[in-house]
Write a new protein. Structure first.
Length: 127
């Protein structure tokens, strides 16, 4: 695992996912990423506080500086919505992590971001 990646808190078991490798690939080796695994209540609170949206979301990404950021990933929501996206739970968690990383890199929703998501999913969904 990369020295610039840490998992801050776990709430449930997570599939074996190379989070550090994915983070380094998407954001670069010098970018520091912190991953916080949360549930619905914390997700809803953060989403309300920072986005004024009153519902639990699947992933939130917060850039902290030009070289660091923090991703909050709601595993329970990811588990519930995986089938809707035709993903396994593991694939959906990888997708959401990639999605958050791309936001940290400055991407906004749209076709360019979707293309990047597909590129990284092809690379990491089976690793």
């Amino acid at each position: 695992m990369s020295d610039s990646f840490s998992i801050t808190h776990t709430i449930t078991s997570i599939p074996n996912i190379p989070f550090g490798t994915i983070a380094s690939s998407v954001c670069g080796k010098t970018y520091t990423v912190s991953l916080v695994l949360i549930g619905d209540a914390k997700s809803r609170t953060l989403n309300h506080t920072y986005r004024n949206k009153d519902y639990a979301t699947n992933v939130l990404a917060f850039p902290l500086s030009e070289t660091s950021g923090e991703i909050f990933l709601n595993l329970r929501k990811a588990e519930r919505e995986a089938k809707k996206f035709n993903h396994t739970v593991r694939e959906h968690i990888i997708f959401l992590f990639i999605h958050g990383l791309l936001h940290l890199k400055g991407f906004t929703h749209g076709s360019r971001m979707e293309g990047e998501e597909k590129k990284y999913m092809r690379r990491f969904k089976n690793k």
